[in-house]
Ligand binder design. Structure first.
Ligand code: ADP
Ligand code: ZN
Length: 223
């Protein structure tokens, strides 16, 4: 099974992907995480990506695809995976089809208002080492400023400032939102209200997935 998470920045894709990883064991493949890792390591791809990410635009397709292909080729992705942040353009959706999925494709659109996004992202702190996500009000770390999972000092992502968030939202509405109609036309899309608390959003997603997984098992077509 390939699970695709669509939704604006701050809609909760990363949190849902993490929840699905712990509930079903599907690895979470986040192109944002892959890009930030390449930037930190200073690889040639990372150097190209860094200049594009800081402004709220998209990294070019060739760079993102190279990272994604390499990641999807690893063994842990064979039994299924969750894509967080890919595809982000119609062209990327075309490329994804050529990569081939392990079993059925299920797409979720996490729907949130721009106001909620702004409130969430300005309060977001992340762990630069393990990519764990915190929220100063809704999900603070146990010790202020320190990652619960690995003890690293938390940071505010440099694209989580209000000017860059506004630009990321603009990019999302222009380039990524059209994918919702495309997947709806394929009959693969499930719309989820993303405004609620994280646990409720994950619960809705799991309900759909359990139904799809159950159906796939009983008809013998799933993998
Ligand atoms: P968010 O969804 O909160 O914007 P991500 O961590 O998914 O955060 O992405 C951060 C940045 O990385 C994006 O603003 C964009 O510049 C780049 N990026 C991530 N995924 C893609 C992609 N599939 N195509 C192009 N750029 C991407
Ligand atoms: Zn950490």
């Amino acid at each position: 099974m390939r699970i695709i998470l669509l939704g604006a920045p701050g809609s909760g894709k990363g949190t849902v992907a993490e929840g699905l990883r712990s509930a079903y064991g599907f690895p979470k493949i986040s192109t944002g995480d892959l890009l930030r890792e390449a930037v930190r390591e200073g690889t040639p791809l990372g150097i190209v990506a860094a200049s594009q990410m800081g402004k709220g635009g998209l990294v070019d397709d060739a760079t993102v695809l190279a990272l994604l292909r390499e990641r999807l080729a690893r063994d842990d992705c064979r039994g299924g995976h969750v894509l967080d942040g890919f595809p982000r353009t119609l062209a990327q959706a075309d490329s994804l089809e050529s990569i081939g999925a392990p079993g059925p494709e299920v797409v979720f659109d996490l729907q949130v208002s721009d106001e909620v996004v702004l409130r969430r992202l300005t309060n977001r702190r992340t762990c630069p080492k393990c990519e764990a996500i915190y929220h100063l009000l809704n999900k603070p770390p146990k010790t202020a400023g320190i990652c619960d999972a690995c003890g690293t000092a938390l940071v505010q992502r440099n694209d989580d400032t209000s000017e860059v968030i506004v630009e990321r939202l603009r990019t999302y509405h222009a380039k990524t939102e059209p994918l919702v109609a495309r997947y709806a036309a394929k009959g693969a899309l499930y719309r989820i209200d993303g405004d609620g608390p994280a646990g409720a959003v994950l619960g809705e997603v799991r309900k759909v997935l359990d139904a799809v997984l159950g159906r796939a098992e009983s008809t013998g077509t799933g993998e």
